[in-house]
Structures are given as C-alpha cells and as structure tokens.
Design a protein around this ligand. Structure first.
Ligand code: PCA
Length: 325
C-alpha cells in the first residue's frame, strides 16, 4: 500500500516536471544547406548543444542540414517569414540583394584568413544593421577555406576556361565565368555531385572542403589552389523568435554564438589543410596556379572590385576604407 502511494507520488511529480518543461521549452528549427559532416554543420550542432546545455533545455535548436528543410536559396526568406526560426546562409549568394553581402565573395579583396578576419570586422556592423532592418538577428559568421579551381582538364591560363561549363554558387562566381568566357551554371552544393554526374558541370571554384564533401575527385582531376577569397556562412535568427526569449536565454544564445565563431574559424583552417590531403589521397592533382593563370585571375578580380564599388555606393566606399585602415 505504502509502495503504491510512493510510486503514485513519484509518477505525478514526474508528470508535473514534464508538463512544466514542455511549457517552458522553446523549439527552433535551424535550416542549413551543407552536409551533416561538413565543418559548418558540425559547428552548428555544437552550437545547438551549447545553447541547450546553457539554458538547461529551455531552448532546443534542431539543425536540419543538407538543405533538408529549405534549399540554400530559400533559407533567408524562410527565416524572415518565420517558417524556420534560424538558418545558415552563405553571404555571397545574397550579393544581388545588397552588394555588401557579397564583399567576402570578391576575388582577392581578402584572400587569407587574416584578411578575412579583418574584412569581417569592417563588414559585420553593416550586415548586422541590414539584417536588423530585415527583421533578422545576426548570430555569427564563419569563413569557408580559400577558394580554388576544380577542373576536368589542366589549365595554364584563363583562356583554357573558355567555353567550359562552370558551376557558380553566387553572383560573383557566375561573373567570373562571364569574364573568362566560360559558361556559368548556378548549382548549390547539395546538387553539385548530381550536376557533375550528369555532365552539366565541368569546373567550379570552391574550397577543398566542398571538394571532399561532394567527392569532386570522382569527376574532376585537378585542383588549382588559387586562394582567391574566403566566403562566409552567416547564422541568422528571426527577430520575433529571438525577442520572444527571456533575457537569460538571449544571452546564452549570443555567448554560444561567439564561441561558435571562434571554433568555426579554427575548424575552417584545419579543414583547409586536411581536405587538400584528402583530395590528393583520392587521386586528385592539387596544384599551384601558373603565373599566367594568377595574373589573369587578378585582372578578373580588379574588374569585379571596380564593378562592386560602382554598385555598392557609399556603403561600399566606407566598408573598403574601414577594411584598408
Ligand atoms: N563551398 C560552398 C560555398 C563556398 C565553399 O567553399 C559551395 O561550393 O557551394
């Protein structure tokens, strides 16, 4: 008899706790576009775990990687509209919406990790403000490893890219194709393997990380380690969803975000080295670009910076001045 009472009491206590927890728990979906084992995605998972721990389960973020919830090109709008509370977006893909988003996607403006961090310092306040105007909160950003060129056939200069079916993931990567007279075709990372298998794509400019993720060595034989720019993925939250959190939870999110930015940068550097080794181990030739190819691409970069400055106006001027300071 006594035993029954005890277990009944324990049962109802557990029930109350569960009900209390269910009431207090907020759940967010976070949409991302890259595979689960990509370093950005792993970093997002760690971020979600950190937030859950720091808030004792009050905020649970579920990461939906590999474009499983929304396609790469739909994520920003989905977060703005609240269909997903949070998301990860590559800034450079948004250049046509606002030129400043594309600053880290321009060839040779910031082409090392150190310069990328410097550019981020200048770019971040502008991006933060723009996102706030768009009903979004900026959490953190992490750079992809430096971008190089994957090709089927060896290339010695930009002329060798003429007519080549060139996969682009952003307005800038499509513009490079125009300038070297390649044929641009926009394909996001989640569909890249498929596009290569069906022959829609013969070359692309991306990181060794994506080279490994998408097993580019199965279709392409050469990687020219140009180190042309380091595009950033940013993690954003719907403003209303963020404002609905209590102060302590908001602080926990921001603290975890700052940690994710630092951890992500270190991971990116590590992955840069590791992925080039993996490409080699899978039979890919990882090469330095020739002097001619470098010169040709530098010219492309200069043209694109001029175009960007024309389009980005006063914001672009001030970003550049702050970056060069
Ligand atoms: N990988 C992504 C963007 C930049 C990168 O290194 C991609 O190729 O889509």
């Amino acid at each position: 008899m006594k035993r029954t009472y005890l277990s009944l009491a324990a049962f109802s206590l557990a029930g109350c706790l569960a009900a209390g927890l269910a009431q207090a728990q907020t759940k967010w979906d976070l949409a991302s576009a890259y595979p689960a084992n990509n370093f950005h995605s792993e970093n997002l998972m760690q971020f979600a775990t950190d937030v859950e721990k720091a808030t004792a389960g009050k905020l649970k973020i579920t990461v939906h990687s590999n474009a499983s919830l929304f396609k790469a090109t739909e994520i920003k709008r989905a977060v703005q509209g609240g269909q997903a509370q949070a998301g990860e977006v590559i800034q450079a893909s948004l250049q046509n919406e606002w030129q400043i988003y594309g600053a880290d996607g321009l060839p040779f403006l910031a082409d090392s990790y150190d310069e990328s961090v410097k550019l981020q310092t200048a770019q971040r306040p502008l991006v933060e403000k723009k996102l706030a105007d768009q009903g979004l909160v900026y959490l953190y950003a992490v750079a992809w490893p430096p971008q190089g060129i994957f090709t089927k056939k060896p290339i010695a200069s930009a002329a060798d890219l003429r007519g080549v079916k060139w996969r682009a993931y952003s307005p800038a990567t499509a513009r490079i194709a125009d300038l070297v007279k390649a044929q641009p075709v926009t394909v996001q990372a989640a569909e890249l393997s498929q596009a290569l298998a069906t022959g829609v794509v013969e070359a692309t400019m991306t990181s060794g990380a994506t080279g490994v993720d998408s097993k580019l060595y199965e279709h392409l034989k050469y990687y020219y380690d140009v180190q042309a720019w380091l595009p950033k993925n940013m993690v954003i939250v719907n403003r209303k969803a963020f404002d609905a959190l209590d102060k302590a939870t908001q602080t926990a999110v921001m603290t975890a975000a700052a940690a994710a930015e630092t951890r992500g940068l270190a991971a990116s550097k590590r992955v840069d080295t590791e992925s080039k080794a993996k490409l080699k181990a899978n039979g890919m030739q990882v090469l330095e670009p020739s002097a001619q190819l470098k010169t040709d691409l530098q010219k492309v970069g200069e043209t694109m910076l001029t175009e960007w400055l024309e389009k980005s106006g006063a914001d672009g001027q001030s970003l550049l001045a702050n970056y060069k300071r």
